[in-house]
Write a protein that binds this ligand. Structure first.
Ligand code: ADP
Ligand code: MG
Length: 220
């Protein structure tokens, strides 16, 4: 029997709810996308089942790229529910402020390596925040929440992905965001090589210039 039981609500997000449950004697995470009343029923079903199929596919791709992601156990397309491994650990968001400078630099460097490995395989995460990274008990960094991700090898997609990470660091860890992002980029270039990484960094600068231009136009 594929029975999942003893569910405990962990998080009710805008798009999905997360439950901690038990399945065949192991702890699992159940991610359920419930119907949205404001969408026509047929379209709603399509969106939910698309995302339900899409997220495990990207997690699998990331795993093949050498990036730890939770193992997927069940995908229920009809009810838009994913059952996956529960990664025991802490969100990187909660860890980063409480470790030494050296450990911070090391963690951020490793995050950059993981992003580099994903991008090299054409996987864009889509929501690179330190809440979506879990430092496991064994010290591995797991990436979760691929619901906004895509397969894309273009410079623009890579730049946007990293730029989002920078913005997320600035808002969550403003005390050391700059240094952390520098280490992310260091790890990223170790994987992609200086030349390819350099092109992505130039893209990030271009995205920032575009952002400033839009801000100036808004104020004018
Ligand atoms: N497989 C998992 N194991 C352990 N914790 C998880 C797992 N998946 C998600 N989480 C935790 O739950 C939080 C919310 O899950 P997430 O998939 O990011 O949903 P949302 O789309 O609501 O942000 C994550 O930030 C992470 O801390
Ligand atoms: Mg999330």
């Amino acid at each position: 029997m594929d029975k999942v039981d003893s569910q405990k609500l962990l998080k009710k997000g805008a798009e999905a709810s997360l439950f901690l449950a038990s399945w065949h004697g192991r702890r699992v995470i159940v991610k359920a996308r419930f119907p949205k009343k404001y969408r026509p029923a047929e379209l709603d079903a399509k969106i939910r089942s698309y995302r339900t199929a899409h997220e495990p596919q990207l997690m699998h791709e990331a795993k093949l790229a050498g990036v730890p992601t939770p193992t997927i156990f069940l995908v229920d397309m009809k009810n838009a529910v994913i059952t996956m491994e529960f990664v025991e650990g802490k969100q990187v968001k909660q860890v980063l402020p409480h470790v030494s400078k050296k450990a911070q630099q090391e963690l951020c460097g490793r995050i950059g390596v993981l992003i580099g490995k994903m991008h090299r395989r054409g996987v864009i995460h889509g929501d690179l925040t330190t809440s979506n990274m879990i430092l496991s008990g064994e010290g591995k960094i797991f990436l979760v929440d691929f619901g906004l991700g895509e397969k894309n090898s273009e410079l623009e997609a890579r730049g946007v992905d990293l730029h989002l990470m920078k913005r997320a660091l600035q808002s969550t860890h403003y005390q050391f965001a700059e240094e952390c992002f520098r280490n992310v980029l260091r790890g990223y270039s170790e994987v992609l090589g200086g030349e390819d990484a350099g092109k992505v960094f130039e893209k990030i600068r271009e995205i920032e210039r575009r952002g400033r231009y839009v801000d100036e136009r808004k104020q004018a």
